[in-house]
Design a protein around this ligand. Structure first.
Ligand SMILES: C[S@@+](CC[C@H](N)C(=O)[O-])C[C@H]1O[C@@H](n2cnc3c(N)ncnc32)[C@H](O)[C@@H]1O
Length: 321
């Protein structure tokens, strides 16, 4: 991706003047997420990860990579907690990387965080260089999932870890009236009319960022193809992330957020909705299993493209038969 592509243009703009509201911006929501992760409201993802690393006996990484780093909060956190010696990090948005670089220098980490601009759909990662590779809310923007995951697997040293903190819910092309029926029902039954920013929920497809949720529902199957998941902490968002931006919180009753937490919990526990977000730690498959996975990552997208092409030709009636 170049910085003039649609996604980079969106993120260049969004970085300086945000137009989207995320459920994660709310402090009480963070407490709810943390409770899913560690059973308590101050159980931040990296607290959980630090404990996880300690039980594994690998408390610190020498060198890590952060992919789709944005303005860099994850890298600064990694260094502040001394989880990592040196971090390489990249993003397609020049404006974001400039802020990340400036903030790293301001925090005194300029010599330990190295930023560059790159397109994660055209990965060129060094082989066997990293002890850990991090994605924080960025893998759900990747269209070449197989290509990038294969490159990540190759870039990890033996024993290296893949860390995801991601949206793994429906992809932008999955949404339909059936899938959103439960969200619409909860919106109209729980949110008082005066606190609704819209009468009824539209399908949650972000039109101004074409990379949003491009293949998010395929993330877990694709990760599991090439990696062994060693830990997973799902943290919901299945009801909340969809409803939250459409509620006028200045007009909402105080109890509404807690009611939404309770409803989401029961929808998740009853299996009515799957978790839309998760922390995942995984290690690359090696040996014969690794070879099979790499073949899968290589051939499956080609088969997919072939199927699309055939379907396109059949639909446009210029099929070769
Ligand atoms: C939701 S933001 C997450 C940013 C950061 N990881 C964070 O959590 O604050 C997604 C990021 O992916 C980046 N991105 C989108 N498409 C990209 C591409 N093709 N190559 C590299 N970065 C891309 C955007 O510029 C944006 O910074």
């Amino acid at each position: 991706m170049t910085t003039t592509s649609d996604a980079a243009t969106f993120w260049d703009r969004e970085t300086s003047s945000p137009t989207h509201t995320s459920w994660m911006e709310n402090v009480a929501v963070r407490g709810y997420i943390n409770t899913w992760i560690m059973g308590r409201s101050d159980g931040w993802p990296f607290k959980w990860f630090t404990e996880f690393l300690q039980t594994r006996g690998t408390p610190r990484f020498e060198r890590a990579l952060s992919i789709g780093c944005g303005t860099g909060p994850l890298e600064r956190d990694l260094i502040n907690r001394d989880l990592c010696g040196v971090v390489d990090a990249f993003d397609g948005s020049l404006a974001s990387v400039e802020i990340a670089r400036r903030e790293a220098v301001r925090a005194g980490h300029g010599d330990r965080i190295h930023y560059f601009i790159a397109d994660f759909n055209r990965p060129a990662l060094p082989r066997r260089q990293y002890d850990a590779v991090f994605f924080h809310q960025s893998l759900h923007h990747v269209s070449k999932l197989e290509k990038l995951l294969a490159a990540v697997s190759r870039s990890l040293k033996p024993g290296g870890l893949l860390y995801l903190d991601e949206y793994i819910g429906p992809s932008r092309f999955d949404w339909n009236d059936d899938l959103i029926a439960v969200h619409r029902k909860m919106f109209s039954s729980m949110v008082p009319r005066e606190a609704r920013r819209v009468e009824s929920l539209s399908l949650p497809i972000q039109a101004d960022d074409p990379s949003e949720a491009i293949r998010s529902s395929e993330i877990m199957p694709k990760v599991e193809c090439g990696f062994d998941v060693v830990a997973i902490r799902p943290y919901g968002g299945s009801l909340l992330s969809v409803l939250y931006p459409w509620i006028d919180w200045t007009a909402a009753p105080d109890r509404l957020l807690q009611q939404l937490f309770d409803s989401e919990r029961s929808l998740l526990e009853s299996g009515t909705l799957p978790h839309y977000h998760a922390l995942v730690v995984a290690t690359p498959k090696r040996g014969l299993r690794g070879l099979t996975a790499r073949a899968d990552y290589f051939f499956r997208p080609k088969l997919r493209r072939l199927r699309w092409e055939l379907r396109r030709r059949i639909l446009s009636k210029d099929a070769p038969f």
